[in-house]
Design a protein around this ligand. Structure first.
Ligand code: ZN
Length: 160
């Protein structure tokens, strides 16, 4: 019975999962609102964890003017969506696509958060130690990528 390690040694990396910045985004998620007549909407689920998210975008020309991220789920998925809502306004569609790609590569361990303008996203890098939770961190970003793609198709079909 005395063999079991003390609680703080048993789960040594849990503090990497729930960094303070992640908890802050979880408690006060940015972009949690509805946008009237959004230009692009996409919904995503992560059945492994039960996370659900809806990402809605409003564009001004080619620039993201407003972002809404609503859903329910764990701290990681909520925080990742909140970071998305914080980072996206003012970015062009292309910049938003690049960022979504970077986040996916970061969560796969292919790039370091210091290699791009990651904002609070660097806090998510610690989640890489928990492969099951990587899907939580990526849900909002994959959903964003779908919304951006649907908007790109919509623009391509518009008469000029
Ligand atoms: Zn989750």
């Amino acid at each position: 019975m005395s063999d079991s390690p003390p609680p703080d040694k048993r789960l040594p990396a849990l503090s990497d999962l729930y960094r303070e910045v992640i908890l802050d985004h979880y408690r006060n998620p940015r972009g949690r609102k509805e946008i009237e007549c959004p230009d692009a909407v996409s919904e995503g689920q992560n059945p492994l964890c039960g996370d659900e998210v809806k990402v809605a975008l409003k564009f001004d020309g080619d620039v993201v003017k407003d972002v809404a991220v609503v859903g329910r789920g764990c701290a990681i998925s909520t925080a990742a969506g909140s970071m998305l809502a914080e980072l996206l306004p003012g970015k062009s569609r292309e910049e938003a696509e690049l960022l979504a790609g970077f986040v996916q590569r970061m969560m796969r361990g292919e790039v370091d958060p210091s290699e791009f303008d990651a904002g609070d996203l660097d806090a998510l890098a610690g989640v890489r130690q928990f492969p099951v939770r990587v899907k939580c961190a990526l849900l909002a970003w994959l959903t964003l990528a779908e919304a951006l793609e649907s908007w790109r198709r919509k623009k391509a079909e518009e008469p000029r």
